[in-house]
Design a protein around this ligand. Sequence first.
Ligand code: GLN
Length: 304
Amino acid sequence: MNYKNIIEKVFLDTNNFPDKGIMPNYIPELANVDPAMFGVHLTTLNGENCGIGANLEKFSIQSIAKVFSLTLAYKILGEEIWKRLDVEPSGTKFDSLLLLEINNGIPRNPFVNSGAIVICDILISNLDNPKEEFLEFIRDLSDLPDLNYSDKIADSEKANGYRNVALCNFIKSFGNIKNDPTEVLDFYFDLCSLEMSCQQLSYTFTYLANGGKKITNNHKMISPSQSKRINALMLTCGFYDESGEFAFKVGLPGKSGVGGGIVAVYPNNYAIAVWSPRLNPHGNSFLGMKFLEEFTTHSELTIF
Ligand code: GLN
């Protein structure tokens, strides 16, 4: 498959779209990014690389990092983890409080904010130095020894994170947050502040196309079954109330972030990352969604 030709063609076609979405405004720091940024990078399991546009530019990965925190928590707790959260699509926006009341504080899945906040609580309970140990885990997974949290982005979100504060306290009222909500939220905001490029993201996500093993040294990060299940969750829940649409139009497991990044995984083949900061009404990258739809249409390869 000549991925390079397809990526170049689809990149040009997509970039000509008249409507490109709008910049997020509820995390002020994210609105300071150049709206015209657009990058794509694909990494195959045999180490082939293909990138275009702003593929080497770092951006705020936001909710894409929820896949990494789930990976570490799942590795530590195993199937026990599902006592604290569910594996069902929410059909709601990423920061919705709606279903927590009827589900007694059990989040619908690990990728809505409520679920990712519970995962942070789990990591705090199970690690001596959660922030440092989580960072070490991602540095190893990504082979990026300098990867770090961004204080600027975390502080910007913290100053405006009213809904996440509400979510964490609401879940605490049901007993499904065990630690101090301030500490849990502090970790959550740091998690969301990580910055990576499309090239770094596509490389890092290859473990999910490779049965849970890193492609460079075959080091097992999680079991094949856990890798399969994380992919299943990305397919059904990775785009909140647009997850059905992504499965329908793109046909791959994926995860978006409000910083405009999207990562998609084609098991046994590749991981691909796209970044364009303008968002559609569901909080997912407008051009990113379009690009991936066209990309799998032209490559004619999906998990279906
Ligand atoms: N940090 C963001 C928030 O909590 C993450 C949301 C997202 O990327 N969809 O609102």
